[in-house]
Design a protein around this ligand. Structure first.
Ligand code: HEC
Ligand code: HEC
Ligand code: HEC
Ligand code: HEC
Ligand code: HEC
Ligand code: HEC
Length: 444
């Protein structure tokens, strides 16, 4: 009878500690999930303005993210809560055609235009008022959530890393707690069993002296192999993390949602870079073309020529990529019409300077007349796009020291040139002598 009683107490202890373990791990997961629930409830008021924030985000990323961020000034002003400073009617007019509104003499429009160095904003007559409502709903979302990932924001972006870092920590913490509890439980069970044995007069055979743990370990080749692999993998992980932190992203070559070949387009078919990256001439960013630009040609090009196929990539592979493009823009090749069902392509962003650096494409491409290839490498030969230059501060400075500023045909420079070349006693001026080494020029 006594035995049964003892047996019961063991299992009661087991069940008790199991319950404890479960409740602890559950609460720590619940904590993890809580902020998400918060965010969705607090987003509700924004949705109440009538728009769908999720759709708005897609539209924003596809049309606006090239020039706007939610919380920071980009080419255009930050758009978070724009609805609180502008009326909806004004926003419709502005987004449909901002230059019309400016020409009409609207005071707000003229003011914001002048505050932003008179950079014209693209007109979006194709966006319906419903679309704009959705975008407004998205911009009205509270900041609590991690900021919207701009079309294909680099996967190494700090914010995202931190986000997953925290939840990983919570999970790791919970797991190690569970482990600790398991160990304590085993010790307890062992002790109880020994007591039971003692009570029943059973002698527990004492262990004969065995090998030291490390010797046993070394003799077990399988364990050694597994440990070696584990150490190598975790070592590689940390080394990789270290380099990413230093910002060495040179040759970063992510896999894109559509296999898009610069070699075929810019190389074999000699399409000008600026046909697609048209913003590079006139604005800070070069921008990724919208899929409508692709359709200018691909309405009629639905498959590649037999000769385009290479041993590495077959014709069937390329044709499937064009089908992906059709699916994304909602193009029905058989009826030659748009179905209206679109799903934006999320290109992975490759080049990404830290936020505290100011780099302007038009300054380099148009004013200085530098070829894209000087900085981006022989893009027309890239089957898959990659980051060619290191994009470090040393790289920028090095070129500013070496490169002469193009003076001819640039009235703005004639006078400065005359003054500065007298000062330095030289005929030609480098970008560095023009002020290209001043911290404030590149850092906000
Ligand atoms: C080519 C770059 C560009 C694109 C693309 C763009 N904008 Fe703009 N936007 C600007 C600039 C620049 C300004 C500042 C006014 C000016 O200089 O014309 C601006 C101003 C605005 C303003 C006024 C902000 C204020 O404080 O009053 C709103 C609203 C706006 N943009 C919304 C949008 C939306 C919505 C989209 C996408 C559908 C979009 N923009 C796409 C460049 C752009
Ligand atoms: C037919 C359109 C088209 C043409 C022409 C074109 N590109 Fe692109 N480019 C794209 C698309 C789409 C992407 C995004 C997909 C990718 O990264 O491969 C891209 C990506 C890029 C990127 C990387 C962007 C990032 O995420 O950092 C660079 C740099 C670039 N192009 C430079 C060039 C240069 C230089 C030329 C001319 C030699 C050129 N492109 C011609 C469409 C084009
Ligand atoms: C100026 C015309 C033009 C534009 C604009 C254009 N393409 Fe192409 N595209 C072509 C031609 C030409 C081919 C090759 C046909 C062949 O080899 O027979 C091609 C081939 C392709 C292929 C198959 C080969 C590959 O690169 O994987 C894909 C996918 C493709 N294009 C996607 C795009 C996308 C995405 C865009 C927009 C960013 C775009 N194209 C813009 C003309 C164009
Ligand atoms: C002086 C060097 C330089 C030249 C010249 C240059 N780029 Fe860039 N490019 C950069 C840097 C630096 C970035 C990263 C910008 C960032 O992260 O803000 C970049 C980014 C890009 C991107 C990614 C999207 C964006 O706008 O940030 C594209 C696309 C691109 N460049 C295309 C081009 C094309 C096309 C040309 C030629 C018309 C060109 N670039 C000329 C240095 C250059
Ligand atoms: C291939 C050479 C080259 C590279 C690489 C380069 N630049 Fe420049 N940069 C120039 C030249 C040339 C000028 C002078 C343009 C002009 O005529 O105003 C210039 C001008 C500038 C200016 C304006 C300076 C002024 O006096 O107003 C800034 C800011 C700038 N560059 C930032 C950068 C940053 C940031 C990088 C690196 C991400 C970079 N540049 C990389 C060649 C380069
Ligand atoms: C021609 C443009 C340019 C000029 C001028 C410039 N910087 Fe930078 N700086 C950069 C770029 C680009 C980066 C980002 C490098 C990276 O991501 O690895 C950077 C990064 C930095 C960093 C962060 C370093 C790191 O490890 O991330 C500091 C600090 C800095 N710069 C300070 C300065 C100071 C101080 C000056 C003036 C003496 C200066 N910079 C002038 C372009 C410039």
């Amino acid at each position: 009878m006594e035995k049964v009683g003892n047996h019961n107490s063991i299992s009661r202890k087991l069940i008790l500690s199991l319950a404890l373990m479960l409740s602890i791990s559950l609460t720590s997961f619940a904590q993890d999930a809580a902020p998400v629930a918060d965010a969705s409830t607090s987003a509700a008021p924004a949705a109440a303005t009538g728009g769908d924030a999720a759709k708005g985000k897609e539209l924003f990323n596809a049309n606006c993210a090239a020039c706007h961020k939610l919380d920071a000034k980009s080419t255009g002003p930050a758009l978070r809560d724009v609805a609180s400073r502008r009326e909806v009617g004004w926003l419709y007019k502005w987004i449909h055609n901002s230059s019309d509104l400016i020409k009409s003499g609207d005071a707000d429009a003229v003011k914001v235009f002048e505050e932003n160095n008179k950079i014209p904003m693209t007109a979006f007559p194709q966006l319906s008022e419903g679309d704009i409502d959705n975008i407004i709903a998205y911009t009205s979302e509270p900041k609590a959530e991690a900021p919207a990932a701009v079309v294909g924001a680099a996967p190494v972006a700090g914010a995202e890393d931190q986000g997953t870092g925290i939840s990983n920590n919570v999970i790791l913490g919970a797991l190690s707690l569970v482990m600790a509890i398991l160990i304590v439980m085993l010790v307890l069970v062992n002790r109880v069993l020994r007591k039971v044995a003692a009570a029943n007069g059973i002698e527990v055979a004492s262990k004969e002296p065995s090998l030291p743990v490390w010797k046993a370990f070394v003799r077990n080749q399988f364990l050694v192999l597994v440990t070696a692999i584990f150490l190598l993998l975790s070592g590689a992980y940390f080394v990789y993390g270290f380099f990413m932190q230093v910002g060495v992203d040179q040759n970063y070559q992510p896999i894109q949602p559509i296999h898009y070949s610069h070699k075929i387009h810019a190389g074999d078919n000699e399409i000008n870079c600026k046909y697609c990256h048209s913003a590079a001439r006139v604005s800070k960013t070069a921008g990724i073309p919208s899929l409508n630009v692709c359709m200018n040609c691909h309405k009629s090009i639905s498959e590649v020529a037999e000769t385009t196929a290479t041993p590495e990539y077959s014709k069937a592979f390329y044709d499937a990529q064009i089908q992906k493009l059709y699916k994304a823009v909602g193009w029905d090749a058989t009826s030659q019409s748009y179905t209206g069902k679109t799903e934006p392509v999320k290109w992975v962003r490759i080049h990404n300077l830290p936020d505290f650096v100011y780099f302007n494409h038009s300054q380099h491409v148009t004013v200085a007349g530098i070829e894209c290839q000087t900085c981006h490498g022989p893009v027309q030969e890239f089957e898959i796009m990659k980051q060619f230059s290191p994009l470090t501060m040393g790289w920028c400075i090095e070129c500013h020291r070496k490169t002469d500023v193009k003076m001819e045909g640039n009235e703005y420079y004639t006078k400065i040139h005359a003054e500065l070349s007298k000062k330095y006693g030289v005929d030609k001026l480098t970008a560095a002598q023009m002020g290209g080494l001043e911290c404030g020029k590149c850092h906000y």
